[in-house]
Design a protein around this ligand. Structure first.
Ligand code: C5P
Length: 411
């Protein structure tokens, strides 16, 4: 989950490093945006160290804006969390002003916004603050807390920031649909990442797949209420929350793990970059470089996607086609040859596709197609899951899909 964490100028800002850690432990990618007054309470050095990303604070920082503009940041976010949220930031968001980076992001984002208020108890109970709270809630903003207890100012009452773990849990609850998801009660199996085919005990054949697209689809499907099994090759990504992850290494292992659980699945999405060939024999000892050239005998790996598509009464089956040329043409022939329900085609190579945070794709099925322009993989995944759900219900001849979810309605 991509989280923009806004930190405003309250004493509870000293808890922000702990909050960042809790969000990251749950698999969140946290981009901090501080207001000028927050810097009075907590240092950007500490926050940068725990978040692993440069801190953003200035709307007019040309270098930072060139890397990721405030609009891109607003689009990147799966959720905007402001903790601590002062009475001042609540008032500014209500008024719709955008005098700084954080308020600009709040205005420009389509993601859900959550605030964890923290302020003196009298400020919290002030009719102005309470009126702002009501307006925010009526607009769908999530207000987390505040808690009741002793305050830094020496008073006791409502106004303490909720503890970081409770806030982190609430953030993931907001991002994960409860109840009314498009894929409630549906089982989705997804493959992701590369495979590794051993040559000898120290070498293997693999590819540049990072697994980011498959992981993003797993998160998006889980957020739509699906029961998700993610069969992952070796990647450097945290397990998506609420998803059952099965780690595999080779194409054969991925094939076996897939067939272990795909029979009960409603939808199968093959996002993995599975090796097409593996070395015929695994050498038991490290191969020595004795000759000027050498030849490796390779044999075909099982085609997992085609084998699932060929199952009797199998799941709605979605493949990917990563191509360096003639993308649509090759994708459509794959759709037909492998008897798929849908294929997601993208161009890969020099500057696109693999190991990036964004992608552009064209989705094809027998009666239609839909293009998705360059977008963050998390955003793209949410759109793709909506389309997959729509086509899945259409193919099954039912239009009884549930209403759009928290995330979809704000997307
Ligand atoms: O035929 P090609 O490898 O281009 O097809 C790509 C699609 O097939 C992807 O969805 C990929 O996950 C899947 N695939 C597979 N097993 C293989 C090769 C590809 O599931 N051995």
């Amino acid at each position: 989950m991509n989280i923009v964490l806004g930190i405003t100028g309250g004493i509870a800002a000293y808890k922000a490093p702990d909050l960042v850690r809790r969000l990251r432990e749950r698999g969140g990618d946290v981009q901090i945006v501080m207001t000028a007054s927050a810097e009075e309470f907590v240092t950007s050095t500490a926050l940068q160290a725990v978040s692993g990303r440069p801190i953003r604070s200035n709307l007019w920082d040309k270098e930072a804006e060139a890397a990721m503009s405030h609009i891109e940041l607003a689009r990147w976010a799966d959720i905007v969390l402001i903790a601590p949220a002062t009475a001042e930031i609540m008032a500014r968001i209500v008024s719709g002003g955008a005098p700084d980076l954080l308020t600009t992001i709040c205005l420009a984002t389509e993601a859900p916004i959550a605030l964890a208020p923290a302020m003196n108890r009298v400020m919290w109970s002030n009719p102005a603050t309470q009126a702002n709270r009501r307006v925010l809630e009526s607009r769908g903003t999530h207000i987390l807390g505040p808690a009741v207890g002793s305050q830094a100012c020496g008073e006791t009452g409502a106004g303490r920031m909720l503890d970081p773990d409770t806030i982190a849990a609430a953030v993931f609850d907001i991002g994960t649909i409860q109840g009314e998801g498009l894929l409630d009660n549906r089982k989705v199996v997804i493959t992701a990442g590369p495979t590794r085919e051993a040559i000898d005990p120290v070498r293997y054949i693999t590819n540049r797949s990072s697994g980011k697209m498959g992981y993003a689809i797993a998160r998006a499907a889980a957020a739509q209420g699906a029961d998700v099994v993610l069969i992952s090759g070796p990647v450097d990504l945290p397990d998506p929350p609420g998803v059952e992850v099965r780690n595999v290494t080779t194409a054969q292992e991925m094939h076996d793990a897939t067939h272990d659980c795909v029979k009960e699945a409603d939808i199968f999405v093959a996002a993995a970059a599975v090796a097409d060939y593996r070395p015929k024999d695994l050498k038991e000892q490290k191969i020595k470089k004795n000759d000027e050239s050498m030849t490796l005998d390779l044999v075909r790996c099982p085609d997992i996607l085609a084998s699932v598509a060929a199952l009797d009464a199998g799941p709605f089956t979605v493949g990917f086609a990563a191509e360096t040329e003639k993308v649509d043409e090759y994708a459509r022939s794959k759709l037909e040859n492998k008897a798929l329900d849908m294929i997601i085609a993208n161009r890969v190579g020099n500057d696109c596709g693999f190991d990036r945070d964004d992608n552009a794709v064209n989705v094809l099925w027998s009666e239609g197609e839909k293009r998705y322009p360059q977008a963050q993989k998390s955003k793209l995944a949410r759109d793709l899951v909506e389309l997959i759900a729509e086509r899945y219900y259409a193919a099954r001849g039912t239009d009884t899909q549930p209403r759009l979810s928290v995330i979809s309605t704000t997307d």
